[in-house]
Design a protein around this ligand. Structure first.
Ligand code: GAR
Length: 211
């Protein structure tokens, strides 16, 4: 199984994937931002990096996505992992990798798609927040859910404190989901439903840390 990881910034989810000893050959890390801190981390771990600066393509999303697809297909990736890749993708790109592109989002989808999820969760007064790994569909931060982890929202939480608690769980569930995919135990069926085998279902049934 060959995979690529797409990043735009810090790269902590990327690092969690690269360090998880998954049965996956991570062929490249691709960033749309030349300054993404994750690029140095990837290089330090011996992974090839590619920069595809979206600014070069201006408003032409289709041209950027075509260049991105060319890079992904050049390395022969079976799986595309979006890990803090902050670009809206064209429908054509998403459909090209349908069923083999995963994303991690810092909220319990379908609640709080988009940006600033932790501040919005606090403003909404929810008592439980968390993160989601899902297959990517054309709608942003939507798509069939693979696994979620919940964290409690505490009385004195700030967006930063809540984000840190959620991020620790992101680093737990994203490698889990990628392992399931790599082992052929995770499928997105024709009926639109995600299926995992029984052992995966037991492992990911309720990820609910205490603090
Ligand atoms: C992560 O919290 C990830 O869930 C989020 O961006 C952050 C990237 O951090 N992704 C989204 O909001 C996607 N809609 P990282 O670069 O340290 O992994």
């Amino acid at each position: 199984m060959r995979a690529v990881i797409l990043i735009s910034g810090r790269g902590s989810n990327m690092e969690a994937l690269l360090r998880a000893n998954l049965p996956v050959d991570f062929a490249a890390v691709i960033s749309n931002r030349p300054q993404a801190a994750g690029l140095d981390i990837a290089r330090g771990l011996g992974v090839d990096t590619v920069v595809l600066d979206h600014r070069v393509y201006g408003a032409d999303r289709a041209a950027f996505d075509a260049a991105l697809a060319a890079e992904i297909d050049r390395v022969g990736a079976d799986l595309v992992c979006l890990a803090g890749f902050m670009r809206v993708l064209t429908d054509a790109f998403v459909m090209r990798y349908r069923g083999r592109m995963l994303n991690i989002h810092p909220a319990l989808l379908p609640a709080f798609p988009g940006l600033n999820t932790h501040a919005r969760a606090l403003a909404a007064g929810v008592k439980i927040h968390g993160c989601t790994v899902h297959f990517v569909t054309p709608e942003v931060d939507a798509g069939p859910i693979v696994v979620q982890a919940a964290v409690p929202v505490l009385e004195d939480d700030t967006p930063e404190r809540l984000a840190a608690r959620v991020l620790a769980q992101e680093h737990r569930i994203y490698p889990m989901a990628v392992r399931w995919f790599a082992e052929g135990r995770l499928h997105w069926g024709e009926d639109g439903r995600v299926r995992v085998d029984a052992a995966c279902a037991a492992e990911g049934v309720l990820i609910s840390p205490t603090g």
